[in-house]
Design a protein around this ligand. Structure first.
Ligand SMILES: [Zn+2]
Length: 606
């Protein structure tokens, strides 16, 4: 591809034919996409490359299903006949050879032909995968074959949408090539995340899985690595604190000039606090939490390279524990910063009987309550807390949006319960005389689904259902269940909670059953601070992207910091349907570039 470099001003100055010609080859054999994007553009044209990509994706999303299918069918099979007979477009030839598909072993080639045949028989269109992958450099043949086999089992509607998203990713990379742009900052974050994932706990590491539980050797090595990188980035202070948080400070102008001696709190140079967690769930993903440490790190590296100081200092914290996997001490790292570290946690033992206090001491931490309580931050010294995180859900991915603005972190209530009836004979007990505990809970499950579904931004889930000692020929006498209710406001959560409990009582009364319900957790909703939320919105708008506001269904460190200072979060789209807490968790380098740019814009506006 030796065409002259494409620019936004060239595109914005072009007429319809010129515009379509300039974007030729971006969407395979489908000039109608560029035509419609041209017709829908604003008078000023496209504000950014990201805005152009989004406009093209919008055309496809708003097209008829037949048109979407025609777009999918305009693509060649992977390692298919067109590749063998060398009749692919220049763009496809480039992608398929970059992914090494032209060098398949005979076995790989045979496997791909079988997958192509099975896939076409099931869906009636060719399998589409952006083989240059989330980093742009090319997936391995093993990754391609695994993805192919996995997606063969998807529902056709979901798979059609996934094909279209892959087509947008292919178009994105082709556009990047035409514009001659690389996502250098996004690549840096992506490469750090990849490198950090080499530290994984025994039993998982051997299988290529990522598990980093609190204060294991892998966890401590990850902390050491983060601290080293922070020093290389040019942070002024880098420490690992008494609970294992990695803390990097980049001084602001005031602070760097020298600290005031006995100044009052309001005269202290205030800092912006940011960060997220570096621990993971078992067999987790590489970006959950870590993205929120690495994005501000690369921002500091860039500031340092430019020799720039912000008015305010930036404090980046890699929280040591958020997931609650090893001890029942979720948000351990951020709890310490807001003075909510529970002293009883120190006496907890993990599944192997290792007491937290001993573990901390063995890890070289002071393991005293005094040292931990000293980590509490004075809110008067901070502007607030911001956190970048992957969405961990499907919403942004479905909307083809790289970034989303969090409006509130959901409040939640959790219960474990049990309904009790009578375990009688399945053959001899007439239907009208049964006291079936499982049927009652089934009724509750459907009620939770209906009730939560009737209100926006409220969710309810029964994730566990058990009939203890159940038999095929015995009416369930007991049924245990869990209940997880969440909402963007405490009022909405409490209303859902009251309705669900009332319905459970009503069901059991009507069916002649009894029940127990034990509340195991209650967390208040954490609405974003209006000023910080609007700063994120301005940062995203500056990139030429629309503002999409959404709640966070999952809890995050920002929820803890919320107890001490104003906070607001920015979400980045996850690939693979937004799956998280799973090795399939993925982000693209280009989305990450936009995320870094949004963070830079936020810092510049301080
Ligand atoms: Zn997380």
């Amino acid at each position: 591809m030796t065409a002259t470099r494409l620019t936004l001003s060239l595109l914005n100055a072009a007429d319809t034919d010129g515009f379509v010609a300039l974007l030729d080859g971006v969407y395979e054999h489908s000039p109608w996409i560029a035509e419609r994007a041209f017709a829908a553009r604003s008078a000023d044209g496209f504000a950014s490359l990201a805005a152009l990509k989004l406009a093209l994706a919008d055309v496809v999303r708003n097209a008829a299903i037949d048109e979407q299918l025609a777009l999918i069918r305009a693509h060649p099979e992977l390692a298919g006949k067109a590749m063998v007979s060398k009749t692919l477009t220049a763009e496809s030839t480039n992608e398929q050879s970059k992914a090494g598909l032209t060098d398949c072993t005979p076995e790989e080639f045979a496997r791909l032909q079988q997958l192509n045949a099975d896939y076409n028989a099931r869906f009636g269109w060719p399998f589409i995968l952006a083989v240059r992958g989330p980093r742009g450099g090319g997936l391995s043949r093993t990754q391609i074959i695994e993805t192919f086999a996995r997606r063969l089992n998807a529902h056709p509607d979901i798979e059609r949408a996934e094909c279209l998203r892959n087509i947008h990713r292919i178009a994105e990379i082709r556009l990047n090539d035409k514009f001659g742009v690389t996502s250098a900052l996004g690549n840096q974050v992506w490469d750090w995340a990849e490198s950090l994932a080499r530290f994984s706990d025994p039993g998982y590491a051997e299988q290529g899985q990522l598990t980093t539980l609190y204060l294991t050797d892998a966890h401590r090595a990850a902390a050491g690595q983060l601290a080293d990188w922070m020093r290389e980035c040019g942070f002024d202070e880098v420490t690992i604190d008494a609970v294992g948080n990695v803390v990097g400070v980049y001084h602001g102008k005031d602070e760097h000039a020298g600290r005031p001696g006995e100044a009052a709190a309001h005269e202290w140079p205030r800092r912006l606090l940011t960060g997220s967690h570096y621990d993971t769930v078992r067999n987790g993903g590489k970006y959950d939490g870590r993205l929120g440490i690495l994005v501000p790190m690369v921002c500091v590296r860039e500031l340092r390279r430019q020799g720039r100081r912000l008015k305010h200092g930036l404090e980046v914290v890699g929280f040591s524990e958020e997931e609650g996997q090893r001890y029942k001490a979720t948000f351990l790292g951020s709890s310490a910063l807001v003075g909510r570290f529970d002293p009883a946690w120190l006496d907890q033992a993990d599944a192997d009987g290792v007491v937290l206090r001993d573990l901390m001491r063995d890890a070289g931490l002071p393991a005293t309550l005094d040292a931990i309580q000293a980590l509490k931050r004075d809110p008067a010294r901070y502007l607030g807390f911001v956190e970048v995180h992957i969405e961990q859900g499907p919403v942004l991915n479905e909307l083809d949006l790289p970034l989303g603005i969090v409006t509130s972190i959901n409040g939640s209530i959790r219960y474990v319960g049990e309904v009790r009836g009578l375990a009688s004979h399945a053959g001899t007990t007439p239907m009208g005389r049964r006291r079936d505990a499982a049927a009652a809970v089934a009724e509750l499950v459907l009620y939770v689904e209906d009730r939560a579904g009737a209100v926006p931004e409220v969710v309810g889930t029964v994730g566990q259902l058990q009939v203890p000692n159940g038999s095929i020929n015995v009416i369930p006498g007991r049924c245990r269940f869990s209940l997880d209710l969440r909402a963007t406001t405490d009022a909405a959560r409490d209303a859902l909670d009251a309705d669900v409990r009332a319905r459970l009582a009503e069901i059991c009364e009507r069916r002649g059953l009894s029940f127990t319900l034990e509340r195991t957790e209650a967390a208040a909703a954490a609405p974003s601070d209006a000023a910080w939320q609007s700063r994120w919105e301005a940062a995203v708008t500056a990139l030429g992207l629309p503002v999409h506001r959404m709640p966070s269904g999952a809890g995050h460190d920002a929820m803890k910091l919320h107890q001490a200072m104003p906070q607001a979060m920015l979400f980045q789209r996850g690939l693979n349907l937004g799956i998280s807490h799973n090795p399939l968790e993925a982000i693209s380098n280009d989305d990450t570039e936009l995320c870094v740019q949004a963070f830079q814009a936020l810092l510049d506006a301080l």
